[in-house]
Design a binder for this molecule. Structure first.
Ligand code: NAP
Length: 250
């Protein structure tokens, strides 16, 4: 039995990743930032599926809070699993900011930087001693790191940074047997960016028209893919970017 820590799993992609991992026989530690009740529902669903789950609060942009968060993870591991490590880290938590390059403010840039890049960098660094040798890390990137759409210059550039970081982590953590990959979703129907992909019919149609499989993505498209990537059969995949987009902008 493996334990996966999934950040930002109260909603959207993280929730689906946690539920698919539980279906595949893993226990989970999920994090939420503001939506404690939603996180408790995810814990209840995982428990109903016969796996163990714990929800912890994490603000991925509050780097000074990471040592205390790591302590809470340690406590949860000891109390719930009588273990001092976990197997899989999925860096998923994030927010969407859509602004043209010329109008992007330093505040918007810093918000994205703190959560999407600096947060992933230093949270992973802080949790490293708790990740089991032979474990795995998945960083959630975005299709927007490969192709460009107006309004995502800061976000897309930071996701590009995450993909580069993924290769460095894979190289430097190799001696511990830890494989590290990036999963890059296409546009998926979640609350992300105000739920535009789900709720704005024009955007939804545009994305579908650019996608080989002819529709936008759903959270389960990503949850299933990440769970598959963390299955034993994918253990030799390392340092890769896997786009999960139904084939957008091919
Ligand atoms: P979502 O539905 O808005 O969910 C965001 C999740 O992240 C929630 O669990 C939220 O917690 C958590 N979160 C937000 N701010 C946080 C913070 N400061 N610290 C810690 N956790 C925080 O978004 P999503 O679509 O699932 O996105 C998840 C990841 O996929 C992100 O990294 C995003 O960049 C990436 N992605 C999304 C899409 C897409 O089209 N949806 C495409 C490509 C990549 P609360 O519920 O507690 O607020």
């Amino acid at each position: 039995m493996s334990i996966a820590l999934v950040t930002g799993a109260s909603r959207g992609l993280g929730k689906s990743i946690a539920l698919h991992l539980a279906d595949a026989g893993n226990d989970v530690i999920i994090t939420y930032n503001s939506k404690q009740a939603e996180a408790a529902e995810v814990v209840a669903k995982v428990t109903a599926a016969g796996r163990k789950a714990v929800a912890l609060r994490l603000d991925a942009g509050d780097h000074k809070g990471f040592p205390a968060f790591a302590d809470r993870v340690k406590t949860a591991l000891a109390q719930t699993w009588q273990r001092n490590d976990f197997d899989f880290l999925v860096n998923n938590a994030g927010v969407g900011v859509n602004a043209p390059f010329a109008e992007t403010t330093e505040e918007q840039f810093d918000l994205l930087m703190n959560i999407h890049f600096k947060g992933v960098f230093f949270l992973t660094q802080r949790l490293l001693p708790l990740i089991k040798d032979g474990g795995r890390i998945v960083n959630i990137s975005s299709g927007l790191a490969r192709f460009s759409l107006p309004g995502y210059s800061a976000y897309g550039a930071m996701k590009g940074g995450i993909e580069t970081l993924t290769r460095y982590l894979a190289l430097e953590l190799g001696p511990r047997g830890i494989a590290v990959n990036a999963v890059a979703p296409g546009a998926i129907e979640t609350d992300f960016g105000g739920g535009a992909v789900r709720d704005n019919a024009e955007i939804n149609r545009f994305i579908a028209s650019q996608t080989a499989l002819g529709r936008v993505g759903l959270p389960d498209d990503i949850g299933g893919a990440v769970a598959a990537l963390l299955s034993d059969g994918c253990r030799w995949i390392n340092g890769q970017r896997v786009e999960v987009s139904g084939g957008i902008h091919l």
